[in-house]
Design a protein around this ligand. Sequence first.
Ligand code: PMP
Length: 341
Amino acid sequence: MKKPVYETHVQKGILLNANENSENLPASLLQEIKDALDSILFNRYPDPGETELLESYAKAMELSASMLLAGNGSDQMLGYVIGYYLKEGKTLYTFDPDFSMYEYYAGTYGASVKKFAISEEKPFDTEGFIQHGKELNVDMIMFSNPNNPSGICLPIETIEKIIQAFPNIPVIVDEAYFEFADETSAISLIDQYENLLVTRTLSKAYGLAGLRIGFLIANEGRMEELKKAFVPYALNSFSMKAACIVLQHKEHMEQYVQSIKQERKRMMTAASAFKKMQLFNSQTNFLYGKAEDKEKLLDLFGKQEIVIRNYAGSNAFRITIGTKEENDKVLEVLRQFEVTE
Ligand code: PMP
């Protein structure tokens, strides 16, 4: 079992490889977090019920706290549900391409993985996906929406068809990038479908990748069951406190999302003139691209010390949308690539 490589901040240069916010929290929020330090009981175990955090997130999302469970990034929640429902002889059904950790976690529990090919270049084949899944007799469905890496986002009608077609198995929709999308969230269907689970994170739109906070959202009854087997102190007192403060200032997240959407549009417009590589429409904070002569393009990014995500063995790459200045540098590299022989 090969663990996917996580490229992190140990690299230097302009980091546009992990879909993080390029900027840290504003000074005012950092100050609020520092001021809150005195109230944290570092000598005591954290609240195992995660009460304050779940209530803060419930308020921000206009949900009931009883539908929520939080852990160390949505990664932990995804791994947890895979471990909860799958074991040797069971099958996880996902997309190709999709987030590599699903396959890794399934493997750690001895489950197998089947994939359905999707493409940013043609519409999603809903009937084909359902038919193939039924033929394979899969035990769980998990996919990201919007999809990492392709950037496409399936409409709620498609999600509902999938949930309806597999009423007896859990369907997990990973909405790590949903704040950047213009579709309706699958969360709106949770009351209706007991087999639907959704994951969210504070790592992307909220800019808190370093804090490691993710959520699992499910129907109250199912959540009650899931909570019973979850590790008691998944999150520490400090992370929970800092997250609560950031959640009280939701406007910070909303401004960042707006700026990413504007920059996304600007970059797509600028890149549409280029012929040597193609960027695909995205509902996320990153752009997925393809280039025939990708090695040359990677070389140009390397010379400018811009770190992007490379998909080795294919002509694909992925670039996080950064600050305006960083994006200008990316566009400059793409321009250079366009005029190289
Ligand atoms: N889902 C998707 C689709 C992701 O791309 C990522 C991280 N890149 C995650 C989940 C996990 O994010 P986190 O653990 O930081 O919440």
